[in-house]
Design a protein around this ligand. Structure first.
Ligand code: SF4
Ligand code: SF4
Length: 72
């Protein structure tokens, strides 16, 4: 069974231009949110993200972020 946290609420953002494809985020993510084909990372399924922050903390290039930046 796939465990979906909540639909359309995860605030994870990927700045693809900063990603070097090191793969650290893919390794530390407990929910297989991120994927790589050997190059840059992409978000495979945002709804699987529990916003634990592990990928953000482990990205050496500041390519990942969490949190609402918009109003409200
Ligand atoms: S915040 Fe946690 S669950 Fe979401 S993509 Fe990053 S490591 Fe995975
Ligand atoms: S840890 Fe950061 S730089 Fe490395 S693959 Fe993930 S997003 Fe890209």
């Amino acid at each position: 069974m796939t465990i979906v946290y909540l639909k359309d609420v995860a605030t994870l953002k990927l700045a693809a231009e900063k990603c070097t494809g090191c793969g650290f985020c893919v390794e530390v993510c407990p929910h297989q949110v991120l994927t790589t084909d050997g190059g840059k990372v992409s978000i495979a399924d945002l709804d699987l993200c529990i916003e634990c922050g592990a990928c953000v903390l482990n990205c050496p290039f500041d390519a990942l972020s969490l949190g609402n930046t918009g109003p409200g």
